[in-house]
Design a protein around this ligand. Structure first.
Ligand code: CDP
Length: 234
């Protein structure tokens, strides 16, 4: 069966599947710096599809709505059709990455309660930070929707943190993207992988895409992604 492509991004392709479902295929590409650096890491598509499936199932088990329907093949998930909102929502438990460059915050500072931030998906402008007024001006989210998303982010954080902590892992931060289903309900879409979260263990081993951002060899990055999938699959 020839699949019709709906959209293609840096690391995933969306195909038509049925009137209510899409296929989400994870590519082997790995990118950093808003696409400035790009490599092929063989096996990554499969690792990220599997990692996403683990987390989407975990959220569904905890009554948090996601687009996950099932697994199609090694690197492809079946997902609900959503109208995606071009906003990245980040929750931070521990400071690292862009926030320590943007604000007078030290690497490793603990946020209690966690900080939630909204960013416009716009690589050319390096994903600028958005407040409620911007979200409303661009007709991306109403204040009520933004607040609802913050609540969902907090709930996801509790579930994912506990799950990872039981495996000896620490969730520094993560990014989610939301879309609306045919009823206008906000649902988690996109992916939940080491490309979209930061995870360390108690010995400070990094498992996530920071390894690639820091210029580690692809073999080192792949080993970390594999080890992480094994840990969360146990
Ligand atoms: O990656 P960078 O340091 O520029 O951004 P960040 O705002 O510190 O990233 C916070 C979290 O969102 C990290 O877990 C990133 O992996 C994730 N993120 C993402 O998935 N996609 C982006 N375009 C930017 C950040």
């Amino acid at each position: 069966m020839e699949l019709k492509k709906v959209a293609e991004g840096k690391t995933k392709i969306v195909y038509e599947y049925s009137s209510s479902y899409y296929l989400l295929r994870f590519k082997d590409s790995i990118t950093a710096g808003d696409g400035a650096r790009k490599d092929e890491m063989s096996g990554k598509g499969t690792l990220n599809a599997r990692t996403s499936a683990v987390f989407f199932k975990l959220l569904e088990e905890n009554s948090i709505k996601t687009h996950f329907v099932g697994v199609y093949d090694d690197n492809t998930l079946i997902v609900k059709r959503l109208k995606m909102i071009p906003v990245e929502v980040v929750l931070r438990n521990i400071a690292t990455g862009s926030i320590v460059k943007r604000l007078p915050i030290k690497e490793g500072e603990v946020f209690d309660p966690p900080i939630v931030e909204f960013f416009l998906k716009d690589d050319l402008r390096h994903d600028p930070l958005l407040n409620y007024s911007h979200l409303r001006y661009f007709k991306l989210l109403t204040k009520e929707e933004a607040e609802r998303i913050e609540e969902v982010m907090m709930k996801v954080n509790v579930v994912m943190r506990k799950f990872l902590e039981e495996k000896g892992l620490i969730l520094y931060d993560f990014k989610l993207e939301f879309g609306k289903d045919e009823n206008g309900e906000l649902i988690i879409g996109d992916e939940i992988t080491l490309d979209s979260m930061r995870v360390r263990d108690k010995d400070n081993r990094i498992y996530d895409k920071d390894l690639y951002r820091r210029g580690e060899a692809l073999e080192v990055v792949r080993k970390a992604y594999e080890d992480f999938l094994n840990i969360i699959s146990r």
